[in-house]
Design a protein around this ligand. Structure first.
Ligand code: IMP
Length: 199
């Protein structure tokens, strides 16, 4: 059965495909929404990850007869009052990964409390109606600097104690086993498998 995904981000799609296969749901075929790039983008102006994910999933579900999910994710740093949060992608004026990382490090200078988490919320919608939302989180710490060539966004800054290194230093497969996105997707696929008829 086809499950549509409202993202054009190739990195995220690869992570979703990998997780679906590894989680034992090869019969669920995750496909991007056809013609997504031609559709007027949905504004992400919600105050929470849930609001943004729900808004996107319901909006894009009007463009397909298949069930569709959208995700919203980001980094929450406790010493920064939960920032960058829903503004993770556009935290710095430039909005690039390297400038966003630089700004987090600058604001964390001299801070002893470096606890942080990645959050991913996935919303599932069908024919203009919300079906359910799923939240995954992973706890870590903001490192003193960037390390590692892997991943994207804040991965090189995110020190994950059980690995003893940052997410930037591990392969995609290893990160997905413990990540916020892997956890939210696991919940989505369980729900989808139980609640949507699969031939
Ligand atoms: P969005 O979910 O596409 O709105 O992106 C949110 C932003 O959060 C991304 O651009 C990244 O900066 C950050 N982010 C979300 N998930 C991750 C992750 O797994 N690793 C690193 N950064 C992430």
């Amino acid at each position: 059965m086809i499950l549509r995904c409202a993202t054009t981000n190739a990195g995220k799609l690869r992570e979703f495909h990998l997780a679906a296969e590894r989680l034992g749901f090869p019969q669920i075929d995750i496909q991007p929404l056809d013609g997504l790039k031609q559709i007027e983008p949905c504004e992400e102006d919600g105050a929470t990850f849930e609001e943004n994910a729900v808004k996107k999933a319901v909006y894009y579900s009007r463009y397909t007869a298949d069930p569709i999910f959208a995700d919203d994710s980001g980094l929450e740093v406790d010493a920064l009052g939960g920032e960058p949060g829903v503004y993770s992608a556009r935290y710095s004026p430039e909005g690039t990964d390297s400038e966003n990382n630089r700004l987090v490090l600058e604001r964390m200078e001299g801070r002893a409390d470096r606890t942080a988490r990645f959050v991913c919320v996935i919303a599932l919608a069908h024919e203009g109606r919300l079906a359910a939302t799923f939240r995954g989180t992973v706890e870590g710490r903001i490192a003193q600097g960037e390390s590692g060539p892997h991943g994207f966004g804040y991965d090189p800054l995110f020190y994950y104690p059980p690995f003893g290194c940052t997410f930037g230093e591990v392969e995609r497969e290893r990160k997905m086993r413990v990540s916020h996105r892997g956890e939210a997707l696991r919940q989505l696929l369980d729900y989808f498998f139980l609640n949507f008829h699969i031939e």
